[in-house]
Design a protein around this ligand. Structure first.
Ligand SMILES: Cc1cc2nc3c(=O)[nH]c(=O)nc-3n(C[C@H](O)[C@H](O)[C@H](O)COP(=O)(O)O)c2cc1C
Length: 209
């Protein structure tokens, strides 16, 4: 059982994806602290395939929002979206509109070098470190994955041998947001073989609270 008081666990437990931001400024040194933590992540052959762009310029943010929303409209109107996913988005009020791209005081673009081994796995691992470090500094975030990352990458001048993995708004949340439920140990962890439960833990015993 995870130690509820331990630092990493409580940061992970408290952290949630925030989609509504106040325009209050934040300290860039806190952002650099979080990026520094991300730079300590392991990576395939230690190639450190990640690159970060700290975006504070309002015109760049506006242009990113314009390009992203254009593709989000197509994505949200597309017939290919599974029914459950359409419902999941609706319940959370997630639409094609991406106000956080202009409201959040800082956007972090994270790119991965396609030529590096395990570039995406490594970059997302670094993003995980980043999110917890932001949480530690009291900063909210969201791993927004644009519907057309290439179009957003062009706005930022990201070269073709890099993929834009995420645009992460960073700032202070507007309002309070509930934590999304999580599965517990009993639903997700087996002992020795697939399907073999941990002793004393039947599915349903550890409810996400
Ligand atoms: C790889 C990845 C991609 C995601 N892409 C988006 C996205 O494009 N837009 C969005 O609003 N949330 C996105 N999310 C956030 C998830 O919806 C969110 O983490 C999940 O619903 C759990 O909520 P929580 O982070 O508040 O606990 C993404 C998360 C991950 C890990």
């Amino acid at each position: 059982m995870a130690e509820k008081g331990s630092c990493v666990y409580s940061l992970a437990r408290n952290r949630r994806s925030i989609r509504e931001y106040s325009r209050d400024p934040i300290s860039i040194s806190d952002v650099l602290y979080a990026v520094s933590a991300a730079l300590e992540a392991p990576s395939g052959a230690n190639k450190q395939p990640w690159r970060f762009i700290i975006i504070v310029d309002s015109e760049t943010k506006k242009e990113l929002r314009r390009v992203c929303e254009e593709w989000e409209r197509r994505f949200h109107q597309g017939r290919g979206l599974p029914k459950w996913f359409r419902e999941w988005l609706r319940e959370r009020g997630i639409t094609w509109e991406k106000r956080f791209l202009t409201d959040a005081p800082v956007l972090l673009a994270v790119a991965a070098n396609k030529k590096a081994p395990y570039a995406r796995e490594s970059t997302w691992l670094a993003i995980g470190y980043l999110l917890l470090a932001l949480e530690e500094r009291g900063l909210a975030s969201l791993t927004y994955t644009p519907a057309n990352p290439r179009a957003a990458a062009r706005v930022l001048g990201i070269p073709d041998d890099y993929t834009l993995e995420a645009l992460i708004p960073v700032g202070k949340p507007r309002g309070v947001k509930e934590k999304e439920p999580r599965l517990g140990l009993a639903e997700t962890v087996y002992l020795n073989k697939w399907g073999s439960p941990l002793p004393g833990r039947e599915p349903g015993m550890t409810k996400a609270t």
